[in-house]
Design a protein around this ligand. Structure first.
Ligand SMILES: [Zn+2]
Length: 443
C-alpha cells in the first residue's frame, strides 16, 4: 500500500486514515474469537511440560497424516499411513519451487493466501497459506508480545521496513498514525543522521510503550543516542525485534540506550520454526509452533530443519531452512518456560547500501519482489551514487521490461538520483562460510 500512487499522493490526514482503515480490516480478519481461543490454548503450554509434549505430538501426527493423505508430493511416496517423521525425506526451497502444485493439499477449501519469502539471495519463494494459518501465526506472535509485557491498548511504535512516506519527501514528519491500533508507524527509509532525533522525539511525544522494529532500524536509533551520549528520555516496557539477525552486542547496546529489554523473534515465511527470546534473554524454540530438528553441520553450528504445524494447505515436512543455531548448555530458564533453549541464532548477515542522502538502507529484501525471471541478486556499491545489481536470470523471462522494474525498485529504496545498472552473471559469489551476501558496500 505504502508505495501505491493513491497513498503517496494523498494528504497526511488521508494517509493516516488509509493506514487506520487497513489496520481495522486486518484486525477484524485476524484477531477474532478463533485467535483468542487458540492463544488461550497455547498459553497453557508455556509452563507445563507434559501438556506441551502432548500438544506438540498431536499437531505433528495430524500434520503427517494430512500430508500422507492429501498432499500429492507425499502421497506419491507411498509411505505407510502411520509413518513417523523419520520416514519422510528432507526437502528444501528448490523442491518447492520446482514442484509448487505437488505441495498443495487437494482437500483444501476456502481462501488461499499467497505470500513470498524474502530470500536473502533475492530469489523469493511463493508459499500459500489458509486463513487458519494466518490466524494461528498471529496467536503465536501475540503470545510473544505478552512476554514483552504488551497489553491491549498500549501505545506502540512500528519501524519495520515500511516506506511510510515517499523517499522524495526530504522534510517533515517521516511517520503516520494507525489510530485504532494506538500505533505510530515510522519509515525505515528516511533514517539519515539529520533525521534521527526527530524519530526519538516523535515516539516520546506519542507516549510509546512498546517498540516493534527491525533490528537494523532500532540499532540505527540506538547508535544515534550513543553517539550523542543520550538515553531514550521516557519509560518503555520493551522492544520487540524480528526479521533480521540481531547480535548480542547490538542487543545490549539497544537495551542500554533505550532502558528496556529487547525481545527478539526468529521466524520465517515457510512457518517451519519460531524462536523467541524471553525476559532473561534466553532464546526458546517454540515446540508447539512446529517440530524442529537440529542437524550438526560442524563448527558448533546446527541447521534448523522444521515441520510446520499450522498450515494444512501446504504442510512442509523436514524443511531445510539453511539457518543455523548454536546449542546451549542450559536445560532450564529462570523464566520458568519449558521450551528448549538455544544459545543464539547464526543470523543472516546485516548488509546495507548507502542511499542518496547518506542514509544506510538495510531493507533490500523487497527489491527483487515482482521481478520475473530473477534467480538471484547481489548489490554492489563502490561509489556513493552508483549501485551495480548483479543478477542471475532466466534469460527467456528476464527481458528489458523486467530490467526496468528491477532498476526502478532499487531507486525506490535508495533514491531517484542514484545511478543503477544491472550486470548479468552466472552465479553470485559466496562468502568463505558459504553464505550469500545481499549487498557488498565498500564505502
Ligand atoms: Zn526464558
Amino acid at each position: 500500500m505504502f508505495t501505491s500512487f493513491p497513498y503517496n499522493h494523498s494528504p497526511v490526514f488521508i494517509q493516516n486514515l488509509l493506514i487506520s482503515l487497513r489496520s481495522i480490516i486486518r484486525k477484524t480478519l485476524r484477531e477474532n474469537n478463533v485467535q483468542l481461543k487458540f492463544l488461550n490454548e497455547i498459553q497453557k503450554n508455556e509452563f507445563d511440560i507434559s501438556r506441551l509434549i502432548s500438544f506438540s505430538n498431536n499437531r505433528l501426527n495430524y500434520t503427517l497424516a494430512q500430508a500422507n493423505n492429501n498432499v500429492p508430493f507425499y502421497k506419491h511416496l507411498n509411505l505407510d499411513s502411520r509413518s513417523k517423521l523419520h520416514s519422510f525425506p528432507f526437502i528444501n526451497k528448490f523442491d518447492i519451487r520446482d514442484r509448487m502444485e505437488d505441495f498443495l493439499a487437494d482437500n483444501h477449501k476456502g481462501i488461499a493466501i499467497s505470500g513470498a519469502t524474502s530470500g536473502t539471495t533475492g530469489a523469493p519463494l511463493i508459499i500459500k497459506q489458509n486463513m487458519e494459518s494466518v490466524i494461528r501465526e498471529q496467536a503465536f506472535v501475540a503470545r510473544h508480545l505478552k512476554w514483552a509485557g504488551f497489553v491491549q491498548g498500549d501505545k506502540r511504535a512500528w519501524i519495520r521496513g515500511d516506506m511510510i512516506v515517499p523517499l522524495e519527501q526530504k522534510n517533515g514528519a517521516f511517520w503516520r498514525y494507525s489510530w485504532f491500533e494506538n500505533m505510530i508507524m515510522l519509515s525505515s527509509f528516511h533514517m539519515s543522521p539529520n533525521n534521527l532525533q526527530s524519530y526519538i522525539d516523535a515516539m516520546v511525544e506519542y507516549g510509546v510503550q512498546v517498540i516493534q522494529a527491525y533490528p537494523s532500524s532500532i540499532l540505527t536509533l540506538a547508535k544515534h543516542l550513543e553517539t550523542n551520549d543520550l538515553y531514550y528520555p521516557s519509560d518503555l516496557k520493551s522492544i520487540v525485534t524480528s526479521s533480521e539477525s540481531l547480535s548480542l552486542e547490538d542487543k545490549q547496546l539497544i537495551e542500554r540506550r533505550f532502558g528496556c529489554t529487547v525481545y527478539d523473534w526468529y521466524g520465517l515465511f515457510e512457518r517451519v520454526a519460531a524462536i523467541g527470546s524471553c525476559e532473561h534473554g534466553r532464546y526458546h524454540i517454540l515446540t508447539d509452533y512446529s517440530h524442529v530438528e537440529l542437524e550438526d553441520v560442524g563448527d558448533g553450528r546446527h541447521e534448523i530443519i522444521g515441520t510446520n504445524f499450522n498450515n494444512e494447505l501446504q504442510p512442509l515436512i523436514r524443511y531445510r531452512t539453511g539457518d543455523h543455531v548454536y546449542l546451549s548448555d542450559e536445560t532450564s530458564c529462570p523464566c520458568g518456560r519449558v521450551f528448549p533453549i538455544i544459545d543464539r541464532i547464526d543470523g543472516r548477515i546485516g548488509d546495507y547500501l548507502i542511499g542518496e542522502d547518506g542514509q544506510k538502507v538495510h531493507i533490500l529484501n523487497h527489491i527483487p519482489k515482482g521481478v520475473k525471471g530473477l534467480i538471484a541478486t547481489q548489490f554492489k556499491q563502490d561509489h556513493p551514487n552508483q549501485i551495480e545489481v548483479q543478477a542471475v536470470v532466466n534469460a527467456q523471462v528476464f527481458d528489458k521490461q523486467q530490467e526496468r522494474i528491477l532498476i526502478d525498485n532499487t531507486k525506490a529504496r535508495l533514491g531517484r538520483s542514484m545511478d543503477v545498472f544491472i550486470t548479468i552473471v552466472d552465479k553470485i559469489q559466496k562468502t568463505k562460510n558459504g553464505k550469500t551476501r545481499q549487498a557488498i558496500c565498500t564505502l
